[in-house]
Design a protein around this ligand. Structure first.
Ligand code: ZN
Length: 246
């Protein structure tokens, strides 16, 4: 089985379309979506409708999906995120808002090998920023390969015995995930708002037959996404940060 893994699309339709076009050239059977379809970007309705049309095999909500659909208040959001999510709530159609509100919370078990969550398996809204967070996530995950998002940073951790290490891998050199030898915690990166200094759109592919995980980065028509953000009157910094990958 080959899974295409998308996370943190954040209403960036240009990035999503580029990723889906690139993914057509990479054989995959099923789609996994790790949450945050909306928030920050200018096309929440079209992104929601595009993902709905693809009928993902597994899909969970992110914190922006909860606030954007009105089931949670934006208390923990900074001023820019709050202003964007209020616009998102107002802009979403009733149908798309209701669909987002009904998305399941993570973690969600996908198969014998894979579990998905937005933030961590122990709290859907918690962040994996350091080794301590990663260790707790790996210890609470119920499957040997746990896929997460939320930080918008492409990263992989491996836990073998008591040894936690950062896994190094890229599109040309996929990560081997020998589950007999360890447990893995992998963030495929953000489709629509990368924050690891690389502004290209990010996604992952998990092959459960070959037991490998590949991560990809691709260029997309960023100027179009930035123009849409300004056109909708969203905070300018949201357009600027796309170019910085921060
Ligand atoms: Zn996010």
């Amino acid at each position: 089985m080959r899974y295409l893994v998308l996370s943190d699309i954040h209403a960036n339709l240009e990035a999503l379309e580029a990723v889906l076009a690139a993914a057509e050239g990479i054989a995959h059977d099923r789609l996994l979506v790790l949450g945050d379809l909306v928030g920050y970007g200018a096309d929440p309705n079209r992104v929601v409708e595009r993902i709905r049309g693809l009928a993902p095999h597994a899909l969970i909500r992110g914190n922006h999906d909860k606030v954007g659909s009105g089931i949670e208040t934006p208390d923990g959001f900074n001023a820019v995120a709050r202003s964007a999510i209020r616009w998102t709530y107002d802009t979403l159609t009733d149908e798309n808002r209701a669909w987002l509100a009904a998305l399941p919370a993570g973690p969600l078990i996908v198969d014998d090998l894979i579990e998905i969550c937005h933030g961590t398996p122990y709290d859907e809204d918690a962040y994996v920023f350091d080794d301590g967070d990663a260790l707790r996530a790996l210890q609470t995950a119920r499957r040997p390969v746990c896929l997460f998002g939320h930080t918008h940073v492409q990263v992989g951790y491996r836990l073998a015995g008591h040894a936690l290490t950062l896994a190094t891998f890229d599109a040309a050199r996929p990560l081997d995930v020998p589950v007999a030898e360890g447990r893995f915690l992998i963030n495929p990166g953000s489709v629509g708002q990368p924050r690891d200094g690389d502004p290209r759109a990010a996604f992952g592919v998990v092959d459960t037959s070959a037991m490998i995980v590949a991560i990809h980065r691709i260029d997309y028509p960023m100027a179009g996404a930035q123009a849409r953000i300004l056109e909708e009157g969203l905070p300018e910094v949201l357009a600027e940060r796309l170019a910085l990958g921060r």
